[in-house]
Design a binder for this molecule. Structure first.
Ligand code: ATP
Length: 289
């Protein structure tokens, strides 16, 4: 094999709680992660030497700062690979949007190198290695529905969430994850999402039990700074979503619909109102292959 094609799926957070701020500046979190059928396409090719990245995404650096580069060098150094690789990225996932776009690319590259160079490493090993690139990388390697604890790297795989339709809307606002966590008053949070209840609802295949518990404490920082998030959530609820929430540190908003027709009507309405620059109608994804 000289070439490997991989899909890198985006994630949403069905629930996101921050338990406390750690002394090293990281935050202890408790989140329910869900892969969705929106993803970047990566083509990996063996090459003479070095790591070369090309992409169709305007403005995305292709140097060492790209998480694809970090993932490839980590694999090459850890497993003593001396040849090179070319990676082409077709970017579909909105950037700096709260959907782990960079982390999922890194995860796909780690899995791709494992296949391309026939390393035969189990996913659990890649997940252990991946945390050195970012806290969300182990989850992106696992994919599907999962509970993430610790800094996001301690994972419990959950049964797939019940079938539903997911409307994803990315407003024009740019949000930095670092800014949101730095401005979060973790100690001052008065309400915490019922993540345990949501996990139980997932185990029971109870869609309304899940959607009734959708909460994200990072909304306390991002929503006041970008009121369009509240507007999008309101529109989705008016259009018949079971519930609607900001994903990760935002600004992406998603709505969960049990009826496809309502999801389509909501898509059409949001498209007309032009509150979002990117809109996707998709479904949960079982695992990020
Ligand atoms: P998260 O949900 O993990 O907070 P995000 O969706 O908010 O992530 P990303 O799209 O992962 O944010 O990217 C954030 C920054 O990381 C971008 O501004 C970009 O410069 C940098 N970056 C590095 N590599 C990549 C990549 N392969 N894809 C996207 N962004 C990347």
């Amino acid at each position: 094999m000289r070439e490997y094609q991989a899909m890198a799926y985006a994630k949403i957070n069905l629930g996101l709680d921050v338990v406390r701020r750690l002394e090293n500046g990281y935050h202890q979190v408790k989140m329910v992660m869900q892969s969705i059928g929106l993803g970047d396409q990566l083509t990996l090719e063996m090459a003479g030497c070095g790591i070369t990245i090309t992409t169709d995404a305007p403005g995305l650096p292709t140097d060492r700062s790209n998480l694809i580069h970090k993932a490839a060098s980590l694999m090459f150094e850890t497993y003593g690979i001396h040849s090179g690789i070319r990676v082409h990225l077709r970017k579909e996932i909105p950037m700096a949007a709260g959907m782990a776009g960079g982390s999922t690319d890194a995860a796909a590259v780690m899995k791709g190198i494992n296949e391309l160079f026939r390393l035969g490493l189990p996913l659990s090993r890649l997940m252990e290695d991946g945390v050195a690139i970012g806290a969300d990388v182990p989850y992106c390697i696992l994919g599907g529905t999962a509970l993430a604890e610790g800094i996001g790297e301690r994972l419990t795989a959950l049964p797939p969430m019940p079938d539903c339709h997911i409307l994803v809307a990315k407003p024009r606002a740019e949000v930095s994850t670092k800014y949101v966590y730095e401005h979060l008053d973790a100690q001052g949070l008065t309400a915490h999402p019922d993540i345990d209840g949501m996990v139980q609802a997932i185990r029971q295949g109870d869609l309304q039990g899940i959607t009734g518990r959708m909460e994200n404490v990072l909304e306390t920082v991002t929503v006041p700074a970008h009121p369009v998030i509240a507007d999008l959530k309101g529109r989705m609820l008016e259009s018949g979503a079971e519930n609607s929430l900001m994903s990760g540190s935002g600004p992406t908003v998603f709505g969960i619909f049990s009826e496809e027709e309502k999801a389509r009507a909501a898509y059409a309405r949001l498209r007309e109102e032009n509150l979002a620059d990117r809109l996707f109608l998709t479904e949960p994804c079982r695992n990020a292959d």
